[in-house]
Design a protein around this ligand. Sequence first.
Ligand SMILES: [Zn+2]
Length: 240
Amino acid sequence: MGASIAVQGHSHAETDHLENTGSGILRASVFGVSDGLVSNLALVMGVAGGSQSADAVVLAGTAGLLAGAFSMAAGEYISMITQRETMEKQLHVEREHIVDFPEEEEAHLARLLGESGLDADVANDMARKIHEKVDPALDFHALLELGIVPNKMGSPFAAAVASFFSFVAGAAIPLLPWLVGDTALTISIGVSGAALLVVGGAVTRYTHRSLLVGALRQLAFGGTAAAVTWGVGRAVGSLL
Ligand SMILES: [Zn+2]
């Protein structure tokens, strides 16, 4: 069989790690399924375009599924760990400021509260009460100054596990038909097209797009990726 190189490139920018509790995990999972589906559909079609062997497709598709899932999980874990460590450092510095310069920090909080439209005397009052203890003071400084909700930092491990399995679920869709029948190509394209529509529709739950636009857009992107890799696979296959 010809050598196939699967390049797995995933952007983690689209997942919001700040809000990784419950619905955050669900959201990351939807994007994981989408990534796995598009990535492995393109890979499977690339190999199918250049090789007559279903074995080659199964082998490459299985390797692509695992490689992508590990890449997603590792990327998600490292991204979240880094983000968490950055937040912890910021919170540590902020706590030191609150302990070492209580008056300045209280005045700063009063100013931040005032910016949200409260009357100055109410803002001063609130800032004084909040600053009676360090922990609540830190929570308010974290929120208003740093945009951090301290107890809402999600679990990097849970996010990594969710990414892994959601990628596997998406990547399995174009691959599974090759394990069963000899009309694999048609079935693989059919179920993958349907899955692209469903996943594209599901993603609109987190955007302002309509269900139909999301579904068709996903089909267009996934279909284009698959068509391009099919063509390149076919061209490269003819040279081998
Ligand atoms: Zn502060």
